[in-house]
Design a protein around this ligand. Structure first.
Ligand code: NAD
Ligand code: LMR
Length: 329
């Protein structure tokens, strides 16, 4: 081992994403093969026993990079000294629940977790919110962590980004690594806008290579935006391994950097770029270097893209207004 272990806190550790995520973190895929990790698992009291079972399996993996596993049902303890926080556990929408009820129930989770991060996190903490509604949950947590730089709170749209790469590669008969500069704009919801107008496929502009606006509007965009629902319909449960995979990609790139000539999508606090109101946690194209990300600047946004971005950002503004009214931000 070449350095001190990095503390990685995972909430919702006994859930289905948690189960797909923890073993990959332990194997070094989150931070790299030279970085030992200490896992700190947070669960609700009823699920602590299941988390303990997962910890037994982690032990049985004999992972050389795994420096320890601790399990908590208290957020303050779980986030003590945290360097990387993966906020996966959330309250799913159940029958009869209105949108406001869902936001309120999640406020009950992400407010205390934001406070706990504020109280105990390491100076270099990086936070990724996976639990839905991810962008607005990230906003809630961030607004209760005033001592942590706001830009450390991010929401996951990498799964949407990866879905878009796969669909476009299939359409063009190229590999996913032939595609660069894919962008997801807006909310991790059905209003998101997967944008291929700035993407490149095997060196060509991707939209020109597709040359089929009908496919872009009526097949590609809805397929990517509604893929979560398609998975739920097919599996009888929401995406788990692909979501865990995307969380690994998000943090790995944030920490280790994005390749020259490419970018990734992350939900990050807007600085006003591309007309997205400042402070909203919205998906943008970003490059990462030295543990920091930057929103890609200077992209030309045509009328079609403008309308799509605005629609998703409008939804984010409405979610922010709703949680404001509930006193959560
Ligand atoms: P799951 O129900 O299998 O697991 C959630 C776990 O969170 C449960 O074990 C539960 O006990 C735990 N939990 C609930 N409240 C908690 C709290 N206050 N503290 C700690 N743990 C808590 O769900 P899952 O399939 O693992 O999905 C988790 C979340 O991720 C859901 O909100 C889902 O919608 C979301 N998701 C997001 C994306 C994305 O792309 N952003 C993709 C897939 C799923
Ligand atoms: C996904 O994109 O797969 C999930 O966010 C779907 C969901 O509602 O859990």
């Amino acid at each position: 081992m070449t350095q001190a272990p990095v503390n990685v806190t995972v909430t919702g550790a006994a859930g289905q994403i948690g189960y797909a995520l923890l073993f990959r973190i332990a194997s070094g895929q989150l931070l790299g093969q030279n970085t030992p990790v200490k896992l700190r698992l947070l669960e609700i009291p009823q699920a602590v026993k299941a988390a303990e079972g997962t910890a037994l399996e982690l032990e049985d993996g004999a992972f050389p990079l795994l420096a320890g596993v601790d399990i908590f049902d208290d957020a303050k303890q779980a986030f003590e000294g945290v360097n990387v926080a993966l906020l996966v556990g959330a309250r799913p929408r159940t029958k009869g629940m209105e949108r406001g009820d869902l936001l309120e129930a999640n406020g009950g989770i992400f407010k205390p977790q934001g406070e706990a991060i504020n109280a105990g996190a390491a100076d270099d903490v990086k936070v990724l919110v996976v639990g839905n509604p991810a962008n607005t949950n990230a906003l809630i947590a961030q607004s209760h962590a005033p001592d942590v730089p706001a830009e450390r709170f991010t929401a996951m749209t990498r799964l949407d980004h990866n879905r878009a790469l796969a669909q476009l590669a299939k359409k063009l008969g190229v590999t996913v690594s032939d595609i660069k500069k894919m962008t997801i704009w807006g909310n991790h919801s059905a209003t998101q806008y997967p944008d291929i107008f700035h993407a490149e496929a095997a060196g060509r502009n991707a939209a020109e290579a597709v040359n089929d606006q009908q496919w872009i509007e009526n097949e590609f965009i809805p397929r990517v935006a509604k893929r979560g629902a398609e998975i739920i319909e097919a599996r009888g449960a929401s995406s788990a391994a692909s979501a865990a995979n995307a969380a690994i990609d998000h943090i790995y790139d944030w920490v280790n950097g994005t390749p020259e000539g490419d970018w990734v999508s992350m939900g990050v606090p807007s600085d006003g770029s591309y007309g997205v109101p400042e402070g909203l946690i919205s998906s943008f194209p970003v490059t990462c270097k030295d543990g920091k990300y930057e929103i890609v600047q200077g992209l030309e946004i045509d009328e079609f893209s403008r309308g799509r971005i605005d629609a998703s950002v409008r939804e984010l503004s409405e979610e922010r207004d709703a949680v404001k009214q509930l006193g959560l931000v």
